[in-house]
Design a protein. Structure first.
Length: 116
């Protein structure tokens, strides 16, 4: 897998009620080990996607920063979701976006610790 600006991706989120939300998007910026920026407003090759009513399109900025945790090397992970409007951000919040993101992050940490 080679990530590159303008490259396409897709993923599916399953809600607790079984609803499935398919997303398509485009990587905007990649700085290995430091930063990943992507959006669901564009498809691969920078092609515009229609504005989704549900779930709303958004842009994500993930940053990684090396830190010391209890004397061992660690990482501070920061995720920022940018929405086109306050209404879109509110709709995303109402669907449990922040809680879901936190659960996915916890699962990622558990997976990484399992590989040690």
């Amino acid at each position: 897998l080679v990530l590159r600006p303008g490259g396409a991706f897709n993923f599916t989120i399953a809600g607790p009620d079984g609803a499935r939300f398919e997303h398509f998007g485009c990587f905007l910026d990649l700085q290995p080990g430091k930063r990943l920026v992507w959006t669901t407003a564009l498809a691969g090759g920078w092609r515009p996607l229609p504005q989704a009513d549900w779930p709303p399109n958004f842009t994500c900025i993930l940053t990684l920063e090396p830190v010391q945790v209890d004397g061992a090397p660690g990482c501070r992970y920061t995720a920022e979701a940018l929405h086109a409007s306050a209404d879109a951000a509110r709709k995303h919040a109402e669907m449990g976006f922040s809680d879901g993101w936190g659960k996915a992050t916890d699962q990622l940490v558990q997976m990484l610790h399992g590989r040690r």
